[in-house]
Design a protein around this ligand. Structure first.
Ligand SMILES: Cc1cc2nc3c(=O)[nH]c(=O)nc-3n(C[C@H](O)[C@H](O)[C@H](O)COP(=O)(O)OP(=O)(O)OC[C@H]3O[C@@H](n4cnc5c(N)ncnc54)[C@H](O)[C@@H]3O)c2cc1C
Length: 433
């Protein structure tokens, strides 16, 4: 996703762009081995949809025309959100529904729509079925990439003035930099130990009213669940384990686990639905931010984007949004600096986009990661306020809207503790007592 969006932006400024992808790319909407996370709960946040629409005007309409359901905040009953053990308000309406509109396309559909738009650009070539081996350099400047075919042993060089690594979390750029005397970027990392178990279902039309359901894991309950309606009457269910929690290995046990979390009417629909394909598991050990913005020297004409720079705990669904925001940072850096001196300008701008997402992600993880010593007290205070907030939000559409705006990346989490909202939360707690 980050590679396609970077290609789109580069195509606005350069004569020719080549996207090199290891997988043989499907010409229809389909899962593929290079993106195994596509088999799990995947949602583009409202803020990401805005950024994507800015990069690819009309993309929302195209996703809808291909059957992606819309989660419309004008009807709060379409979502069942149990956060910190409290179900958010499901009646009433919000003041700005457009800001938190979500289009529930599966990852393969979203990617295929973006890919076909990029493929249709006359100056973009997609070279699939090829492995990038490493960039080629002359002195301190990149000159292209060495590429190997996956079908033959044939290796060759693709010359380029700018090379962008968008190869995801396991990108080899740190090792490449070290081998060429630049030093590896500092890595900020913290353990997440997340596990996912996901099953896709076909649900006959009209059986399920909710388009999204999320039951967040908590300190006391290390398993959560997520359910999203996707295109063509499909629904994805994911059990989420935190702190190394082991998840069931077979579908009946997953459904049993879901039944302990989701409301009975949703579980009975799942019980009667047709499973599509197998149950899939995935683990995610740690969030990592590689600080390319802090490096003092870097090969000229070389950039890194997407998960290769920063891979977030996926449970908050921020990765594709970050990819879109980084693509916009790249567009801005190109406009400000011009291609020859791009790296430093891009890395600084991208870091400004990544930082708020990273800190929000860390804070949320802090709420569910067991702590000892002095950190127990800030954690208790944070969780006590969050629980009180969610309890107040359970019958307050305004507080629910404010939380949804934060969840969808539209506002900072600090807005939930504004004096007005804190007073409403306090008043609600006092009334309950
Ligand atoms: C379980 C899970 C759930 C997630 N859920 C969400 C979610 O709900 N919402 C969200 O926004 N984000 C989510 N994410 C994160 C999201 O998938 C990524 O942030 C997003 O895909 C952007 O990543 P990327 O394009 O940088 O890398 P990737 O998506 O990893 O893509 C890397 C690409 O590079 C190719 N490649 C790798 N090495 C080479 C090579 N040497 N040569 C050629 N090609 C190569 C791969 O085949 C692949 O196509 C989730 C992630 C995980 C793991």
């Amino acid at each position: 996703m980050s590679g396609l969006l970077a290609a789109l932006v580069m195509a606005e400024a350069c004569d020719a762009v080549t996207v090199i992808e290891r997988d043989a790319l499907p010409d229809k909407v389909a899962q593929r081995p290079g993106v195994p996370q596509g088999l799990h709960l995947h949602m583009l946040l409202s803020s990401g949809l805005r950024a994507l629409e800015d990069l690819l005007p009309g993309v929302s309409a195209e996703l809808r025309s291909k059957g992606a359901p819309v989660l419309d905040a004008r009807d709060l009953s379409q979502a069942y959100l149990d956060i910190n053990g409290r179900v958010l308000c499901r009646h009433g309406t919000v003041s700005d529904p457009e800001a938190i509109r979500v289009i529930l396309a599966s990852r393969p559909l979203l990617e295929s729509v973006v890919r076909e738009r990029v493929r249709s650009l006359s100056n973009v070539t997609i070279l699939d079925g090829h492995d990038v081996i490493e960039p080629t350099v002359r002195g301190r400047t990149v000159t292209g990439v060495k590429v190997g075919s996956r079908c033959t042993v044939h290796a060759f060089e693709v010359p380029a003035d700018v090379v962008i690594d968008a190869s995801g979390r396991s990108a080899r750029t740190p090792a490449f930099l070290e081998a060429h005397g630049y030093g590896r970027p500092v890595e900020q990392t913290y353990r997440v130990q997340l596990s996912y178990a996901s099953q896709l279902f076909r649900v006959p039309g009209g059986m399920l009213h909710e388009k999204a359901a999320v039951i967040s894991p908590t300190l006391q309950r290390p398993t959560g669940a997520g359910l999203l309606a996707n295109e063509n009457g499909t629904v994805i269910l994911t059990l989420i384990g935190i702190g190394g929690q082991r998840l069931p290995a077979d579908l009946p046990s997953v459904l049993e686990g879901a039944a302990r979390l989701l409301p009975p009417h949703i579980c009975s629909v799942l019980g009667a639905a047709e499973p599509i394909g197998e149950l899939h598991h995935r683990r995610y050990p740690a969030s990592v931010w590689r600080r390319y913005d802090k490096l003092t020297s870097f090969p000229v004409g070389f950039l890194v984007v997407g998960d290769a720079v920063c891979s977030f705990n996926p449970v908050y669904g921020q990765g594709m949004t970050s990819a879109a925001l980084q693509a916009r940072a790249l567009r801005k850096a190109l406009a400000d600096n011009g291609a020859p001196d791009l790296s430093g300008a891009y890395f600084r701008k991208a870091a400004r986009q990544i930082a708020p997402i990273w800190h929000a992600n860390r804070l949320n993880d802090f709420a569910v990661t067991p702590t000892t010593g002095w950190t127990m007290w800030p954690q208790r205070a944070f969780n006590a306020y969050t629980t009180a907030y969610m309890a107040a939000a359970s019958d307050d559409a305004g507080l629910t809207e404010a939380f949804l705006r934060v969840l969808q990346g539209m506002d900072s989490g600090l807005t939930l503790a504004s004096p007005v909202r804190a007073a409403r939360v306090l008043a609600h707690s006092v009334r309950r007592r």
